[in-house]
Ligand binder design. Structure first.
Ligand code: ADP
Ligand code: MG
Length: 348
């Protein structure tokens, strides 16, 4: 075909299931010595010697977790991998392999799946992971993508949600609330586009928040940084559902309380200005927005000097005895109980 690649529509049925799998997976290389056998047999074979293995999985459903009207398939493939790697890093482990399963309707041509797999391939390259298997099947309507990530960690180096102690410091990487803010922009532009399809919006002022929504990164670098600084967190979790919800997970599982300082929550200037534009409170967005994929962890106070000068890390709170409860200490120095509110309920 001499048409533009995006215009090509090769029917999936032209390839058949095995042709499709071969086509989509032909570029995947094996880089880890722990991968003994990757794609091509009934199962992958892995060997981690003495290390512990972590396994995590996520299922993304079209219309529930992503909207293809503003999410390019390449980004979706990238994000589907990254959100799983984030869970591996949150265990203080190194991600090594993923499997990728898709259910796809015949409304998608081969070229769409090529885009999806280009994103998966990019993530695999950037994070140095082997794609070692998956499953391919049809769906009646939408697209489903499920990624399973596997990682390794030296025995006793893994970090759970349940190890926080009273007097520990609560630390977060990066900044919060941007992915949710970006989603608000994309939803708004989608509505504008429905009314006026020729409108070319200037999204430059929102570039950071949109990128955080469409192309999130997992904080592999923070795991390395903590190792270099010789800091082992006492507890850790990644921020997928919003800061409030993750703090509650750590506190409940560790049986501790927490004071979170509103003034310390790291926000990008673009989040602040966009929240002003939408007339929403940036602290609320940071607490409940979700999809930031930053790492939230606790450290013992003696480790504070090692992290305090680092621009990637912010101390945002202080762990207390369980009976002290979990509170947000506002800029006005009032205390508000921290409540669970996953981002899915955020609009309600
Ligand atoms: P089986 O019938 O044993 O499930 P498949 O024919 O589904 O085997 O898969 C053949 C090989 O291709 C396996 O190694 C499987 O893990 C891999 N595979 C299948 N679908 C995908 C996919 N969407 N992405 C990556 N690997 C895949
Ligand atoms: Mg199969």
């Amino acid at each position: 075909m001499i048409e533009d690649k995006n215009q090509q529509r090769t029917q999936l049925s032209d390839l058949g299931e095995f042709g499709l799998i071969d086509h989509l997976t032909k570029n995947f290389n094996i880089n880890h010595k722990s991968t003994i056998k990757g794609i091509g047999d009934d199962a992958a074979v892995l060997n981690f010697d003495k290390n512990k293995i972590v396994v995590t999985t996520d299922l993304l459903v079209e219309g529930v977790h992503f909207d293809l009207s503003y999410m390019p398939l390449k980004h979706l493939g990238y994000k589907a991998v990254v959100v799983n790697l984030s869970d591996v890093y949150a265990m203080n482990a190194q991600a090594t392999q993923v499997t990728v399963s898709i259910a796809v309707s015949n409304r998608f041509p081969l070229e769409a799946l090529e885009d999806l797999y280009a994103g998966i391939e990019t993530a695999a390259k950037i994070y140095n992971i082997d794609v070692v298997g998956g499953d391919t099947t049809s769906s009646n309507k939408g697209l489903l993508i499920s990624v399973t990530a596997i990682g390794e960690v030296e025995a006793n180096n893994e970090v759970y949600r349940n190890g926080a102690k009273p007097n520990d410091l609560l630390v977060v990487s990066g900044d919060l609330g941007a992915a949710y803010t970006g989603l608000q922009i994309l939803e708004r532009e989608k509505e504008v586009h429905k009314v006026n399809p020729n409108n070319q919006p200037d999204l430059e002022p929102y570039s950071y928040v949109i990128e955080r929504q469409l192309k999130p990164e997992a904080r592999k670098d923070i795991i390395k940084l903590l190792q270099d600084l010789d800091v082992k967190p006492t507890s850790m979790i990644d921020i997928s559902d919003g800061l409030s919800s993750e703090i509650i997970h750590i506190c409940k599982q560790s049986k501790v309380g927490c004071d979170l300082y509103e003034a310390k929550i790291p926000l990008d200037p673009q989040v602040i200005s966009t929240c002003e534009e939408f007339n929403i409170d940036s602290t609320t967005v940071a607490l409940n927005g979700g999809e930031d994929y930053e790492l939230l962890f606790t450290i013992s106070q003696e480790d504070f000097p090692k992290i305090k000068a680092n621009p990637n890390l912010s101390v945002i709170g202080f762990m207390k005895e369980e009976n002290a409860g979990m509170h947000l200490v506002t800029r006005a120095d009032t205390k508000i109980p921290i409540e669970a509110q996953g981002w899915k309920n955020f609009n309600a």
